[in-house]
Design a protein around this ligand. Structure first.
Ligand SMILES: Cc1cc2nc3c(=O)[nH]c(=O)nc-3n(C[C@H](O)[C@H](O)[C@H](O)COP(=O)(O)OP(=O)(O)OC[C@H]3O[C@@H](n4cnc5c(N)ncnc54)[C@H](O)[C@@H]3O)c2cc1C
Length: 491
């Protein structure tokens, strides 16, 4: 097949790689000017990634994705490691909390790939180009589909794309199949509408956060303060992430509610540093004796969970196209699932084309069934979690305690009770019970599908035992309360 891919970021690249391995010719059209530089560091300086602003934010790659690279593209994994990426293992994390833990062979699969997004993309692009079957053209912006009517189904049949090239001229490029990998802000809905396809249904919900990230490098002779992999913290009004990356770098992400005006200070470097320094688990990493900043603070807003239904009532909206990556499904970035989801879809597309080599309708339906089965449940679980976090955050700003289960009238607030049980029962139990830690890590790394761990009696018991001891434990202080933080900021 001659395949045209719109967007040359992670989804476009991995789709091209999977399809080139099957012998297809692929043309990737990327609107951002991103000429291949001599090193990832130069890419960081010269690439203008307006089309993928998240490239300037914390990224880490989960076990399921790590294992797909390990098993299908071992040379790529080797090159990433040579460029300073690191594999952070479950075993190392567990040894911090358990003496002599007993591991299982499958624990080797729980492995985080720590690598900055720019390094990852740069190495991946080089690797894809080595196939010799992928023509990567940057500075090419797709403006719409070329299509005709399919005489059998009466659906629009996409035959290629219209592109504005570097010289500012418009050209039409033919493709037997067009892959939309143009990311969360895809113009798919308007492109489909322009060729008289059925309206694209988009199911979305807010993540309830905006993001601010800054990158740092460990000073010579200094080691990472701990080996937990990605470290997350939740102050209620502020979520905190520490992401180890390649070449002794790491990034700190702070995320707050878009409704919380006072927290917008973290969007500027000075405000970011002031807030970060008040949070003990972050302060140990950004201590000037341990590391130095290597970027300014970058912000990113308008973050939504999104499910675009490119197949409706059992039929694709048009023939000859599919959507992969963020353009199809994307979720709250805090859980770091985006690249794993698109990796799953890219290989599902390659399988679908092998199964239906001359049938673009069959390809679209087959891919859709995998996305709905393997990707959509993660999105649904995230949407529920975000809705609850938004509510908890609102209560906090209104001066209420979102963890206070007993109401004044003597009844119980079930949502507050669940929050409190997770915070004071399940989470502490993870560090006391290796099986629970493993189960949670397998879920976090997308190795097991979303499920309620508390439905397993042994985990429920462990969480209950831990919950009962909540008053005996010193309160876990992750950082200042919102009121304290506002005072610090005022000062
Ligand atoms: C703040 C943040 C942090 C994240 N952290 C993680 C993480 O830790 N781990 C993880 O796995 N995922 C993470 N994600 C998600 C991950 O970044 C995305 O899932 C992933 O980048 C999606 O890749 P994509 O190729 O589909 O889209 P994008 O990376 O957004 O790329 C789309 C590409 O299409 C190009 N394009 C757009 N329109 C056109 C057009 N008309 N013509 C030609 N080209 C076009 C753009 O320039 C861009 O290069 C994070 C996301 C955000 C927002």
């Amino acid at each position: 097949m001659q395949i045209v891919v719109i967007g040359g970021s992670v989804a476009g690249l991995i789709t091209s790689l999977a399809l080139a391995r099957d012998g297809h010719q692929v043309t990737v059209l990327e609107k951002d000017p991103t000429p291949l530089t001599a090193s990832p560091a130069e890419a960081g300086e010269h690439w203008k990634r307006q089309g993928a602003p998240q490239a300037m934010h914390s990224h880490a790659f989960l076990g399921r994705m790590h294992n797909m690279i390990r098993d299908r593209e071992p040379e790529l994994l080797k090159t990433l490691l040579e460029h300073g990426a690191e594999e952070l293992t479950f075993q190392d994390a567990a040894r911090q909390y358990f003496d002599d833990p007993e591991f299982e062979p499958a624990d080797d699969d729980i492995r985080l790939l720590a690598c900055s997004r720019i390094t990852f993309e740069w190495v991946l692009r080089q690797h894809v180009l080595k196939t010799g079957l992928v023509d990567f053209r940057d500075g090419m912006e797709v403006t719409g589909f070329a299509a005709e009517s399919d005489p059998v189904s009466d659906l629009p049949r996409i035959t290629g794309v219209q592109v504005n090239n570097k010289a500012g001229d418009t050209e039409t490029l033919h493709g037997d199949l067009v892959v939309d990998a143009s990311g969360r802000r895809t113009k798919l809905a308007s492109w489909l509408s322009a060729i008289d396809a059925r309206d694209l249904e988009e199911v979305s919900s807010p993540c309830g956060i905006f993001y601010a990230t800054r990158f740092y490098r460990l000073l010579d002779g200094q080691e990472r303060p701990n080996k937990d992999g990605i470290i997350g913290g939740d102050l209620g009004y502020l979520k905190v992430g520490i992401f180890p990356a390649d070449d002794r770098t790491f990034s700190i992400t702070l995320a707050a509610s878009p409704d919380d005006e006072s927290m917008r200070v973290i969007l500027r470097t000075a405000g970011f540093e002031n807030v970060a320094a008040t949070i003990p688990m972050v302060a140990t990493w950004i201590d000037p004796h341990v590391s130095e900043p290597i970027s300014e603070a970058h912000g990113m807003a308008n973050l939504n969970n999104m499910h675009r239904l490119t197949v409706q009532d059992g039929e694709p909206l048009a023939l000859g196209f599919v959507a992969i990556g963020d353009s199809r499904v994307h979720a709250n970035p805090l859980t770091g699932r985006g690249c794993t989801l698109l990796w799953i879809s890219a290989y599902a597309l390659s399988d679908a084309i092998r199964k239906f080599p001359d049938d673009v309708r069959g390809v679209a339906l087959e891919l859709n069934s995998v996305v709905e089965r393997d990707c959509a449940p993660w999105l649904q679980s995230q949407m529920q979690q975000d809705a609850d976090a938004i509510e908890a955050n609102r209560l906090l700003r209104d001066g209420q305690d979102p963890y206070q289960a007993e109401r004044d009238d003597g009844t119980t607030d079930p949502k507050a009770q669940t929050r409190s049980f997770i915070r004071d029962g399940l989470i502490p139990a993870v560090r006391e019970n290796l099986d629970l830690m493993r189960a949670l890590a397998r879920f976090g790394h997308m190795l097991d599908m979303p499920s309620n761990l508390l439905e397993r009696p042994e985990f429920m018991q462990a969480a209950l035992a831990s919950y009962e001891q909540r008053h005996d434990r010193p309160p876990r202080i992750e950082g200042p309360s919102r009121t304290e933080m506002l005072e610090i900021l005022r000062a």
